[in-house]
Write a protein that binds this ligand. Structure first.
Ligand code: ACO
Length: 432
């Protein structure tokens, strides 16, 4: 980020007046460089949830929440979702440019040649209870990768970083599909390198050794789009978790496992699962007003899942593409009239007109529609967040690689506003 010598920010407090440099990004608002604030002013800033804090420099993804715009390396998400495909998007996120035909021909087999898991990992799966949530299994298996792939954990070696990145992107569909297969008591289905990335994932989830499974190209295209739309989202909670874990020098597999753990929460990646559960709980269109009233009630912790976003205060651009995909998939499968879908459509209509939601700029987010598509494809709700984790892995890996290569990178260490007890002397137990 360029320091802008024409602009400075003045901070005045008590008898101090300090000047801070301003930094100008290629897109988005200017940034005040407060790195010297504590050293010069003996004060901290207070920003829980980091709503006004840029924690790093990044050239990967740009979001304009007011315009409802999302760019990967400068390219609008709707163009990529329509014209590109997931592995090309992976290349773009990792290396900064769209690949030439030759670069793509080299990259795709590099990924597909790494799709198998070290065979010993099958025994690792068997250590989990069958009824474990697939996200719990994924956190464990991805964390354990550092125990299976020692030759790509030296973060100071750029070649090892590259191999770790390719391994993560290649193996995460196998890891997610096997977490699913294990949870339903079916044998693991091995990856097939003749299939594209999305078809291979569907195959590993839905094929059984007893019968052939032919992947429908419309479903595979919809799956590929879901992957593309979720591939990166700049410094969201799970990506910031990956960066924070990585800032201490932890190996990439441990960092991605930390990201998966963070993504699991219902305010983040768990929202699509929570959203479909909510739609089913509502059950019928006539019960929608009751749930809308609960969402507005300050004394009720209930929120309409799949609505609202920390950054998008206009329509989530991913939701637009996802809505179109949902129509295609449901049309193909002939289930555009099921009760959950009717509740979803009516809820969307009411919420978009309701004053509370309009005023607070609460629009349906990407999770509102992705859950409906995944349900129609035959995935149980417990697989929704693992699929999000699969797709986001390339974003986490790209951001982690960018951070490690950044010479200004430091261990992440926020400060605090301490509100606990002041100094006091220890009192012996019999005197308390
Ligand atoms: N239903 C009802 N009211 C809501 C909702 C909702 N889904 N979301 C926000 N609000 C209200 C809040 O109560 C608050 O009201 P107030 O100003 O009267 O106090 C106001 O809108 C602002 O909400 P915040 O929580 O301050 O907004 P924030 O940016 O912190 O939260 C979040 C964003 C966490 C996504 C929130 O909208 C939410 O919980 N949504 C439901 C969960 C969800 O769908 N998450 C998926 C996010 S997308 C993703 O991870 C890919």
């Amino acid at each position: 980020m360029a320091l802008d010598s024409n602009k400075t920010a003045k901070v005045t407090f008590g008898d101090k007046e300090l000047d801070f440099a301003m930094m100008s990004p290629s897109l988005g608002p200017d940034v005040i460089d407060i790195r010297k604030l504590y050293a010069q002013g003996d004060v901290f800033t207070y920003d829980p949830g980091f709503t006004s804090t840029a924690s790093c420099e990044s050239a990967i993804t740009y979001i304009d929440g007011d315009k409802g715009e999302l760019l990967y390396r400068g390219y609008p998400i709707d163009q990529l979702a329509e014209k590109s495909h997931f592995l090309e998007v992976c290349y773009l996120l990792l290396y900064g440019e769209l690949p030439t035909a030759a670069q793509l021909d080299d990259f795709v087999p590099r990924v597909t040649r790494h799709t198998m898991l070290q065979d010993q990992m099958t025994y690792f799966y068997r250590g989990f209870r069958r009824d474990a949530h697939p996200m719990a299994t994924m956190v464990g298996v991805v964390g354990a990768m550092s125990a299976f792939y020692h030759d790509s954990t030296d973060i100071t070696d750029p070649d090892q970083r590259e191999i770790a990145a390719i391994r993560m992107i290649a193996k995460i569909p196998t890891i997610a599909a096997w977490a699913y297969k294990y949870s339903i008591g079916q044998p693991f289905v091995y990856p097939r390198n003749d299939l594209d990335y999305a078809s291979n994932f569907l195959h590993m989830c839905f094929a059984v050794p007893a019968e052939d499974y032919v992947v429908d190209p419309i479903l595979s295209r919809a799956m590929d789009r879901i992957f593309t739309l979720h591939a990166d989202h700049e410094q969201n909670a799970s990506t910031s978790t990956v960066r924070l874990a990585g800032s201490s020098g932890a190996n990439p597999f441990a960092c991605i496992a930390a990201g998966i753990a963070c993504l699991w929460g219902p305010a983040h990646g768990g929202a699509n699962e929570a959203c479909l559960n909510m739609l089913r709980e509502i059950g019928t269109v006539d019960r929608i007003p009751e749930f809308i009233a609960r969402a507005k009630d300050k004394n009720d912790p209930f929120r309409l899942m799949g609505f609202g976003h920390r950054v998008y205060k206009n329509f989530d651009p991913r939701a637009k593409v996802m809505k179109q995909s949902a129509d295609e998939v449901l049309g193909l499968l002939g289930i555009d009239n099921n009760p959950t879908l009717q509740v979803a459509k009516e809820l969307e209509r009411i919420a978009l007109e309701d004053e509370y939601f309009v005023e607070k700029k609460l629009y349906p987010n990407v999770d509102f529609y992705s859950g409906i598509i995944l349900d129609a494809m035959g995935f149980p709700t417990s697989m929704f967040t693992p699929i999000f984790a699969l797709a986001r892995t390339v974003g986490w890996v790209s951001q982690w690689k960018e951070m490690i290569a950044d010479p200004t990178q430091k261990i992440g260490r926020p400060r605090q506003l301490y509100t606990g007890a002041k100094h006091r002397d220890y009192v012996d137990v019999e005197k308390r």
